[in-house]
Design a protein. Structure first.
Length: 150
């Protein structure tokens, strides 16, 4: 793998939901990162996962800490989640009434994935009742569908 990646300098690989991988997969990635660092291969690997520290995502090589940058992403502020809804309104030609938007913002708890998921299903609920205005009941009905996909 090291030789292949050396042939494409400056490459970037992103592995999302890395925390869901098996322990053996995480060990193999740790070995890969160690080898890329030891041989100064010009490749960036981005591991995206939910964990309190990088130690929970990768294992077995304490020496790779000098090759890793850990970036903690805090939850979004309520205003930022509200902006997600506002952008969706403009793109889709819908409107979240104030109570529905407030409920959706609170229930997503600063997690953009949940904001998008609840927003999608809330809009679908409003369209199903032939309305372009998302109401609180639409948000309530979206919960079970969003939970199944979360």
């Amino acid at each position: 793998m090291r030789r292949i990646l050396r042939a494409i300098p400056g490459s970037v690989f992103i592995f999302d939901e890395f925390d869901r991988g098996s322990p053996s997969l995480r060990t193999m990635f740790t070995d890969l990162i160690k080898a890329l660092s030891d041989y100064a291969v010009s490749t960036t690997i981005i591991l995206v996962g939910v964990s309190s520290t990088i130690d929970h995502l990768i294992k077995d090589h304490g020496s790779i800490v000098r090759a890793i940058i850990q970036i903690q992403l805090p939850r979004m502020k309520e205003r930022e989640v509200q902006e997600i809804l506002e952008k969706g309104e403009k793109l889709l030609g819908v409107k979240f009434d104030a109570a529905a938007a407030s409920l959706l913002v609170r229930m997503s708890r600063g997690r953009p994935h949940y904001s998008h998921l609840l927003g999608l299903h809330s809009v679908t609920e409003s369209v199903n009742r032939l309305s372009r205005t998302v109401q609180v009941n639409d948000v309530h009905r979206s919960f079970s569908k969003a939970v199944k996909q979360a």
